[in-house]
Ligand binder design. Structure first.
Ligand code: ATP
Ligand code: MG
Length: 250
């Protein structure tokens, strides 16, 4: 079972889009994927039409209910979801006084039946608070989406510092799976510049697959379908299929 967190504290850098459509592309390849939505905005849960329980992620972090009971169904075959609700925003308060709150998720996932899933994909909020920290402590791999239509690399340095600290203190197994260039528009000079900068800084850690700017990705959430179902033959579906193959091989 591979465990992957998708994180970048920069808002709107395609974290949720990556989680939902990578999950769908892996599921299409026959992989069983558990999506854990740790963002109180619940965008991934809504996009995947997650079923009950709708507060699974909050309970995962604050109660000792069996993890299996927190996994809800999803309209897409081979995907299960632990759904996010707004109370996740108050998780720190709810945990007040508890010990080792950064590693709750790690301890909870250790109890999961790992034979049931091939991948766990975790969506995170646009902050580096206790929820994101739990994700980074619980997983072995970190996928960092970076959008190239605006210069987003400033926050990446801060994220990398946090990752180094986590590797030293809380999770020596954490590895960078890769940086994923998203919303790439090859027609603009700016997009090319950001891509060059990313490769200069992070070399082979930048994934070969590029996710191009595509309107279908903005449309798909309102239909409650991953883009691979909404428009199976569009460029975005091809990009996420390529990403799933690259990640499966990495
Ligand atoms: N390749 C793409 N082409 C076009 N639009 C995209 C693409 N990827 C993401 N978007 C759009 O960018 C916006 C932000 O994407 P998304 O919600 O996935 O980011 P996020 O990092 O999860 O945001 P937040 O930090 O708020 O959780 C959305 O409106 C989404 O539809
Ligand atoms: Mg999001």
């Amino acid at each position: 079972m591979r465990t992957i967190a998708v994180a970048n504290q920069k808002g709107g850098c395609a974290k949720t889009t990556t989680v939902v459509n990578l999950a769908a592309a892996l599921a299409e390849m026959g992989q069983r994927v558990l999506v854990i939505d740790l963002d109180p905005q619940g965008n991934a849960s809504q996009w995947l039409q997650a079923g009950e329980p709708l507060d699974g992620a909050f309970k995962l972090l604050t109660e000792s209910t069996s993890v299996e009971k927190l996994i809800g169904p999803c309209a897409t075959t081979n995907i299960g979801v632990i759904a996010a609700s707004q109370d996740l925003a108050n998780v720190e308060k709810a945990l007040g006084g508890k010990l080792a709150i950064d590693s709750i998720l790690k301890r909870r996932l250790a109890k999961l039946d790992s034979a049931r899933w091939d991948y766990i994909l975790i969506d995170t909020p646009p902050t580096l608070g206790v929820v994101t920290l739990n994700a980074l402590v619980a997983v072995k791999e970190l996928l960092i989406p970076v959008t190239t239509h605006v210069l987003t690399l400033s926050g990446v340095a801060q994220l990398m510092l946090l990752v180094e600290e986590i590797q030293e203190v809380l999770n020596p197994d954490l590895k960078i799976l890769g940086f994923l260039a998203s919303r790439v528009d090859a027609r603009t000079r700016h997009s090319k510049d950001v891509l060059e900068l990313l490769t200069e800084r992070f070399g082979s850690q930048v994934l070969q697959t590029l996710i191009r700017e595509n309107i279908r990705l903005a449309e798909a959430p309102s239909y409650g379908m991953p883009v691979l179902e909404y428009d199976a033959s569009c460029a975005a579906s091809a990009d996420y299929r390529a990403l799933a193959i690259e990640i499966a091989q990495r």
